[in-house]
Design a protein around this ligand. Structure first.
Ligand code: GLC
Length: 715
């Protein structure tokens, strides 16, 4: 039915109107600058430009919402609008004034929430909680739908092993298995079971592909790798997203093995549209069509437009190369009109799936739904609690509430600097700072100037020190060669250490940091990432024992900046790293990470026993008993790792193949079982055959990737 309606519409469109559907533009061009107003506001939000710089850049801008282009059918969609009345205004022009009456699609980066800001994806991934991944996406979708947004540019599912890359903050960490489960959960959350239902929005799996493998962790830089590494590490989360029903995919800025992803027909046509049978929309990243010229892959914008549409790209975000050149390319015979029609079909299919033809307008009175806001705030609180990872505790935590606490460190009282790289303005509530969270529980005082604290140190029992990165220091265009603490933060900890008070360090950061000196100096270290609106409340819950921390790291922490990339599931080598000079390691630092994948402390202890392994025709059943032997209820994240001992290509030393959140009261024990299908042990061999090979397999089960309880089986 939809396909028939699409064919009818296409048959009545002029070539210009067809190409207009492929044009996704920003909110409005900034006069005189080549940065869109959306980017300008994001840069302001992230502290990358001052208010003065922002105002001066816009002082002579002519705000143009491009109504005429909408009425002429030259625009298929916008990204960046968040004002419901303006969204409605533009949609009415498209539906009621343009000749074709085709509705616009309205996109926005809703990466970790809209009015309710949730923890950054890297933080949330540490919850290992698929149900939470789905719920926060669904919550963000409802808030977005209410203001007229149809399409989010999320989930970001780039595997990231290099902490120098600022965008490690935006994804689910370094593990392919976890990121694949995360991807599917997010797609389900954003899209629901019926995309046309109120409150559901289109997801967009990004950045396709291997963006996180940029050379040296330098954002936007070249990516070069074997196809078997691409398929074994970076491709599976996208396959998982498409299988979960993702209706769009965004191409990455980088090239892959010399061909820009945005113009890469192997990736777009052979893999995505053919092998994965993907029938949704492939959209470029911002300006990446035009950037094929800078890549040296296209001679000019017209050539870039032709190469990208011919490679299978459907929509051009921001660059206007499609709208400026595709008609000419068709008329001169360089591009066939069938290629255009196929892209238009996909865009219209997405708009039909969203129900936009039947229901293009939103009830903009539903924008501020107090019930939704409160439910989402509670969800944000839960998400923040589950994302926190306790990295060190020499017994100082949890604190008793009657203690007197000093709080130092600028990030402790900066509500908008620690909530996350994609947080926007117009939030439902003001974020809860660390200081506010603690101050609500006990006698507490915040010192912006640490010397004032020094002068009054006798009045306090403990010091909570907030250090790390503000939101502008992670995310896009935030690669760093040095990933230790700033000199200022190191000095702060040193001063506090000299007071002799017990130190509880709270890290606000969007990436793993090389912080051995912090760990050494602190009595406790809480990894609080950038946790969104409820950060301060959740951290206080952990400090005072109102929540037993359950988060586990999904990225490894290096000892030194130079010890990255570092990841647990690395390939075997002929000289495995060990306490021996001639082995795979650096001379000047440990060969182990500061904190390993899956690591995280609890206020209780868990004991594992009775490991069993049963192999049958189709799967391997692994069972273990887990007991809470401590004196606090908690949630353990039971992790299963498997090693393929010998393969036709060198295999990883181990790979995560299962995880489960298990709630255990004190002294309670449960039997936990994993059923691993043999197909889950497949890998892509050198000929890219997806195979599971017979032979010996080892397995470990436990608290993190260093678990020692092990067994083996033969296939
Ligand atoms: C940005 C990001 C991408 C985002 C897009 C639209 O440059 O790379 O993740 O979705 O532009 O804002």
């Amino acid at each position: 039915m939809i396909e028939k309606r699409i064919s009818e519409i296409i048959s009545n469109l002029s070539l210009e109107e067809k190409v207009g559907q492929l044009n996704l533009t920003g909110r409005s061009p900034v006069g005189g600058a080549d940065v869109t107003i959306t980017d300008m506001e994001q840069m302001l939000q992230m502290g990358k430009i001052s208010q003065e710089e922002f105002d001066s850049a816009l002082q002579d801008v002519t705000i143009d919402s491009q109504e005429d282009d909408v009425a002429a059918g030259k625009i298929g969609g916008f990204l960046g609008y968040i004002k419901p009345n303006i969204i409605r205004h533009l949609q009415q022009i498209a539906v009621e004034k343009s000749k074709s009456g085709i509705p616009l699609i309205m996109g926005l980066d809703v990466i970790h929430g809209l009015k309710t800001v949730f923890p950054i994806p890297l933080a949330e991934s540490c919850s290992f909680d698929d149900e939470l991944f789905e719920q926060t996406a669904a919550a963000a979708a409802k808030e977005s739908w209410n203001i007229g947004i149809d399409w989010t540019y999320a989930p970001m599912i780039d595997i990231a092993r290099d902490s120098r890359w600022g965008r490690i903050a935006e994804g689910a960490g370094q593990d392919t298995y976890l990121a694949s489960r995360y991807a599917a959960a997010k797609v389900r959350g954003f899209q629901g079971d019926d995309l046309s239902k109120n409150g559901n929005i289109a997801s967009c799996a990004k950045h396709y592909v291997a963006y996180g493998a940029c050379e040296g962790g330098v954002d936007y830089d070249a990516v070069d790798m074997s196809l078997q590494k691409l398929w074994n590490v970076y491709m599976p989360p996208f396959k998982s997203a498409v299988e979960a029903g993702a209706v769009s995919v965004m191409t990455a800025f980088n090239d892959l093995n010399g061909i820009p992803c945005t113009a890469n027909s192997y990736l777009l046509k052979d893999v995505l549209k053919t092998q994965f049978d993907f029938d949704g929309v492939i959209v470029s990243d911002s300006m990446s069509v035009e950037e094929c010229v800078a890549h040296g892959y296209a001679v000019d914008r017209k050539d870039a437009a032709g190469k990208c549409i011919d490679a299978g790209l459907d929509m051009d975000m921001h660059s206007r190369c499609f709208i400026d050149h595709l008609c000419e390319l068709v008329r001169e015979g360089t591009i066939s009109e069938e290629v255009i029609d196929e892209a238009v079909r996909r865009v219209l299919r997405l708009k039909f799936r969203l129900g936009l033809f039947d229901n293009p307008y939103r009830d903009i009175n539903a924008v501020n739904d107090p019930v939704l806001a409160e439910n989402n705030r509670k969800l944000a609180h839960r998400a923040a609690r589950e994302s926190i990872v306790l990295l060190k505790n020499n017994g100082v935590l949890p604190l008793l509430k009657k203690k007197k606490i000093a709080v130092v460190g600028s990030l402790a009282d900066m509500p908008y600097q620690m909530i996350g790289t994609w947080a926007r303005e117009d939030l439902a509530i003001k974020p809860v700072t660390l200081f506010e969270g603690i101050n609500g529980r006990t006698e507490c005082r915040y010192f912006l100037d640490v010397s004032e604290f020094e002068a009054q140190k006798e009045n306090f029992d403990f010091v909570v020190v907030a250090v790390g990165e503000n939101r502008a220091e992670s995310g896009e265009a935030a690669s760093r060669a040095y990933i230790g603490l700033s000199e200022e933060d190191k000095k702060l900890i040193e001063i506090v250490k000299q007071t002799g008070k017990k130190i509880i360090t709270v890290l606000f950061n969007g990436r793993p940091l090389a912080i051995p000196e912090v760990v050494e100096a602190s009595d406790a270290v809480i990894e609080a990432w950038h946790l969104g609106l409820e950060a301060g409340s959740a951290i206080a819950d952990v400090i005072f024992g109102d929540y037993n921390p359950s988060g586990r790291l999904t990225v490894e922490f290096p000892n030194r900046s130079g010890q990255t990339p570092i990841y647990y599931n690395h390939l075997k080598t002929g000289k495995p790293a060990r306490d021996f000079k001639f082995s795979a390691r650096y001379q000047d630092t440990s060969y182990s990470p500061l904190f390993p994948f899956g690591y995280g402390l609890s206020y209780t202890e868990y004991k594992y026993s009775d490991l069993s392994v049963v192999v049958n025709e189709d799967n391997i059943t692994v069972g273990v008993t887990v007991k809470n032997t401590g004196d606090m209820d908690g949630t353990e994240i039971v992790q299963l790792y498997i090693q393929d001992v010998v393969g036709s290509i060198v295999r990883p030393v181990k790979e995560l193949k299962g995880y489960k959140r298990v709630e255990l009261a004190t002294n309670e024990e449960k039997r936990v079982e994993f059923i691993i299908k043999k197909s889950e042990l497949c890998f892509y061999d050198n000929e890219l055959n997806y195979v599971v090979e017979s032979g010996e397999f080892k397995l470990w089960i436990g608290h993190d990737s260093t678990a020692t309880l092990c067994s083996e089986f033969i296939l």
